[in-house]
Design a protein around this ligand. Structure first.
Ligand code: ATP
Length: 499
């Protein structure tokens, strides 16, 4: 069950209602690299790739971070956030690409010579040293004068609100206090950038909330750049100036929390950030989209005529009217209705799509209602992918190898064996089986998106390639499955540079 970020949503709901339509209109969304002048950039990665044991964890990433901002790397577990942070810190070397700090190429510079310091989730304090000595450690190594060390350590203790704790044994401190010592230890060397790797992950909820506020206040006071890693959407949205959403080692979107919530670049971002209704549709023309068999006015433009799109409607943007009310556009049946304190959370089935709806007005389970959405409540997104594309080689008269497996195909163009080719496999040519041995190859489910009559599922093969398919079955993340391909639908083309 996804979280509802009540306070955050309430604020957006109010702001959205007050905004003129022209401000909510947008053209075709895309991943945009933070447009920064050179003098504004403090961290930059260019063409960054990291491969571990043959698996690409960061995939040709470009990112620039603005001096003084609180920037968060947000994404699901395993998406590569920590790896990116560790490469910036210098603890990991990139397989390809470069890292710049203050516009200086530091790709080959060791961690201790970079103007950054890292705070880890596990505080990594020295248990045999007291609080003062833990914080002083880095300065002592640099052979700084004892008096200066004392001044700096005391200033750092003050910064993290631990004045008078210098003599304490670190093991006598609470988790939150230990984390503050770790932050003080990172700050005492006066880094230009503080890298924070899920620093609140080990704390309980209450302490986590308190520390979030402290970190925000500290960021304001210090004026240095914070680069923060988390998989917690609420934490990212409440704390950051800029959020970088990552999935599978690829940046999906960069923007303010508000932009990412209001205008997600694609279905992944929409689904990952908050509750959403994601539906497949067709952009008939500028400002007009068809979905669930009906045409709707929207505020988006710049898509090709009849382009297939994904669209998101947030639960709070769906209006519920009494049965027969002409203000609504779809007839719906209320499947469930739960009071959540300030609104009713309802599941409403309309045209075979199960909408999640939040409304201050109650409708009861079993009611027939009329539901509608205003043009600015519909946000159009480019499809993540319209077909599966792979690269491989023709191996025989009617055989082609891709994803580490040989398939038969209809070789209409008479492509010779040994030719490098591009292979397209439409979503509807792929089916998934419980039993791995029933498939042409095995894989693991990595994402599922509810799209009404079906789920869009992403599956990773053992050769680190992924298939998208639409299926009526609701698979769990990491389910081990068999991928079956309809060989008659495999389309093979010579690569363009091939004869
Ligand atoms: P989490 O939120 O769970 O920490 P993350 O987004 O920070 O996830 P990373 O720690 O960057 O993810 O890991 C990305 C992928 O790289 C994972 O599949 C992980 O197992 C793999 N990985 C990370 N470090 C190594 C390593 N040293 N050797 C091999 N694989 C690694």
């Amino acid at each position: 069950m996804k979280k509802v970020f009540k306070a955050f949503f309430e604020k957006f709901r109010r702001e959205k209602a007050e905004r003129p339509l022209s401000e909510t209109a947008n053209t075709q969304p895309s991943v945009e690299i933070h447009p920064l002048k050179k003098s504004e950039r403090i961290i930059e990665v260019q063409g960054l790739t990291k491969v571990f044991d043959g698996v690409t964890v960061i995939d040709n990433m470009n990112l620039a971070i603005k001096k003084g901002e609180f920037v968060t790397l947000l994404g699901p577990s395993g998406c590569g956030k920590t790896t990116l942070l560790r490469i910036i810190a210098g603890f990991e070397t990139p397989t390809e690409g470069q890292v710049f700090l203050e516009n200086v190429n530091v790709t080959d510079v060791p961690p201790y010579r970079r103007p950054v310091n890292t705070v880890f989730q596990r505080y990594a304090l020295f248990p045999h040293l007291n609080v003062f000595k833990n914080i002083a450690y880095g300065l002592k190594i640099k052979k700084i004068d004892k008096k200066v060390i004392a001044e700096k350590v005391n200033a750092a203790l003050k910064m993290v609100d631990l004045e008078g704790y210098g003599h304490r044994d670190v093991s006598s401190l609470s988790g939150g206090q230990q984390q503050r010592v770790a932050i003080a230890r990172a700050l005492v060397c006066e880094p230009k950038v503080l890298l924070l790797d899920e620093p609140l992950g080990a704390l309980d909820l209450k302490m986590r909330k308190d520390m979030q506020e402290e970190l925000m206040a500290m960021h304001k006071r210090l004026g240095i750049t914070f680069l923060y890693v988390t998989h917690d959407q609420e934490e990212a949205l409440t704390m950051s100036d800029t959020v970088v959403v990552i999935n599978d080692g690829v940046i999906q979107q960069i923007g303010t929390p508000k932009k990412i919530y209001d205008e997600p670049a694609n279905a992944f971002v929409a689904d990952f950030i908050g509750e959403s209704n994601i539906i497949s549709g067709v952009m008939l023309k500028d400002f007009c989209v068809r979905f669930l068999g009906q045409d709707f006015e929207c505020v988006d433009k710049g898509f090709a005529k009849n382009e297939k799109v994904d669209l998101v409607i947030r639960p709070e943007d769906i209006k519920v009217y009494p049965e027969g009310d002409e203000k609504g556009q779809l007839v719906g049946k209320v499947l469930s209705s739960i009071f959540k304190g300030t609104f009713y959370q309802m599941e409403i089935l309309a045209n075979e799509y199960q909408f999640t709806v939040q409304s201050t007005k109650e409708s009861k389970e079993g009611d027939t209602v009329s539901i509608g959405v205003k043009p600015d409540g519909i946000h159009i997104m480019k499809k993540l992918r319209s077909t599966n594309t792979f690269y491989g080689k023709v191996t025989g008269e009617d055989t082609v190898e891709f994803c580490g497996t040989e398939f038969t195909f209809n070789n209409v163009d008479g492509i010779e064996a040994g030719t490098d080719v591009e292979i397209s496999v439409d979503f509807d040519a792929v089916s998934l089986n419980d039993d791995e041995t029933d498939g042409d190859l095995g894989g693991n489910v990595s994402q599922t998106l509810y799209k009404g009559k079906y789920y869009q599922v992403q599956v990773y093969t053992d050769t680190d390639e992924d298939f998208f398919t639409d299926t009526v079955d609701d698979w769990d993340i990491n389910d081990r499955i068999g991928i079956k391909i309809d060989h008659s639908k495999i389309v093979v083309k010579r690569l363009e540079n091939e004869e």
